[in-house]
Design a protein around this ligand. Structure first.
Ligand code: SF4
Length: 275
């Protein structure tokens, strides 16, 4: 049974969809389990660190740290420097729009099915066109750019615009209609190919229904079964605990996105602005 104070996020909902038992172990029992996610622990850790460093770098830039200072610190970090150069050459044009209001690393939350659902945005932009537009930007640092259908299927693509449509008016001080919202995934390794996903009233209604159903189902659940899709187990730290093998999957087939999303959870749990 979930504690009343439990907060849902795109990270833990994604984990639930991948494996209910992983959701239970990681987010309810908070179990630490000392196992590698891939067969190349060092490389996997380096990639995750790189993703985290890139997010921090962009955040510092967007909050006004001078470009010279940031660039000077990258002299001996070629991988991060390459991603940073991609950012400077291909950053979303909306960031430079006149009179745009930018909110880096902002969190909003709303109530769904009796529980809080939070979303932490890498960047949120209010663009003053008539009508106004609201752009959510999410930096992605994975080596492979997922295809459009995979991105649109992600629960993040539903949670982020849904929470903004619900909670944005109070934060931004103006109404936020679903049609005014879009979500942009920007890729550090494919900077010229962002994925832009517009939102709509019909999607907002459908997402509200689906998220309520999903949260209510999880809240009522007392048993969290192991996934039947055992591919997830190859990259899961709990695989020996679950007796799903003791050899980590190959790095070449690893979905970094899933692991990076779990880093995101920790950000999402901190100091969100609740409405
Ligand atoms: S090892 Fe497999 S069954 Fe166990 S928590 Fe991980 S994904 Fe789920």
């Amino acid at each position: 049974m979930l504690p009343d104070t439990f907060q849902f996020s795109q990270s833990n909902l994604q984990a639930y969809r991948a494996c209910p038992r992983r959701f239970e172990l990681r987010y309810l029992r908070r179990m630490q389990w000392p196992a590698a996610q891939t067969d190349s622990l060092r490389e996997a850790e380096q990639r995750m660190q790189l993703g985290s460093d890139f997010h921090r770098l962009v955040q510092q830039y967007l909050t006004g740290v001078p470009l010279d200072c940031l660039t000077a610190g990258l002299e001996h970090l070629p991988a991060l420097r390459g991603m940073w150069q991609n950012y400077l050459a291909h950053q979303p044009a909306e960031l430079a729009a006149p009179q745009a209001r930018l909110f880096p690393e902002v969190s909003l939350s709303t109530v769904v099915g009796g529980f809080r659902l939070s979303a932490r945005y890498d960047a949120l932009l209010a663009l003053p066109q008539n009508p106004a537009r609201f752009l959510i930007i999410d930096w992605k640092t994975t080596r492979r750019r997922p295809d459009s259908q995979a991105l649109r299927r992600r629960i993040q693509s539903r949670v982020y615009p849904f929470v903004l449509a619900r909670a944005g008016a109070k934060f931004l001080g103006r109404p936020v209609a679903p049609e005014q919202i879009s979500l942009q995934y920007w890729f550090a390794h494919a900077p010229a190919r962002p994925e832009i996903i517009p939102y709509s009233e019909s999607r907002f209604q459908a997402d509200g229904d689906e998220l309520t159903r999903l949260v209510s189902k999880i809240a009522a659940q007392t048993d969290f079964p192991l996934t039947t899709g055992e591919k997830s187990c190859r990259y899961c730290v709990y695989r020996s605990f679950c007796e799903r093998g003791d050899v980590a999957g190959p790095l070449t087939e690893w979905d970094e996105e899933e692991s990076l999303a779990e880093i995101g959870l920790d950000w999402e749990q901190i100091s969100e602005i609740a409405y």
